[in-house]
Design a protein. Structure first.
Length: 133
């Protein structure tokens, strides 16, 4: 694809792994990914935070040029902070986080035409009532 994907995600502040899995999933589909997540005040009681993920198959600018003239004044400082917070997503950022897939979904194994060899394994190991249910 030649386009750019822009996502907004609301993340649990206490679960960085979930955020990295989201980034790994996007990075698996697009060569260039940046996320924008302004810092949260240390004394904040918010349990979530906003993140913006931008992805494309062409290099993305480190400092995107965005016109802010239509941003409401009460949101301007937050949007500006988000734009300054951008970082490139690299394998080092992702760490041990893997893309989200349905590879371990038993139904995709049982019913996907491309996984014919795997179909026999559960059939030999599971009792018939498990397969029916």
């Amino acid at each position: 694809p030649d386009g750019t994907v822009v996502m907004n995600a609301v993340l649990d502040r206490s679960n960085d792994y979930a955020h990295r899995r989201l980034l790994a999933t996007v990075h698996d589909a697009f060569r260039h990914v940046r996320d924008f997540m302004p810092p949260v005040a240390a004394n904040s009681t918010d349990k979530t935070r906003n993140a913006y993920v931008v992805a494309a198959n062409v290099p993305l600018p480190a400092n995107p040029s965005v016109r802010l003239n239509h941003v409401p004044s009460f949101m301007l400082s937050g949007v500006s902070a988000a734009l300054r917070s951008g970082r490139e997503i690299t394998p080092e950022v992702l760490g041990d986080a893997l893309p989200v897939t349905d590879n371990h979904n038993v139904f995709s194994i049982l019913y996907a035409a491309t996984r014919m060899a795997d179909r026999g394994k559960p059939l030999r190991q599971w009792s018939p009532h498990v397969l029916v249910n």
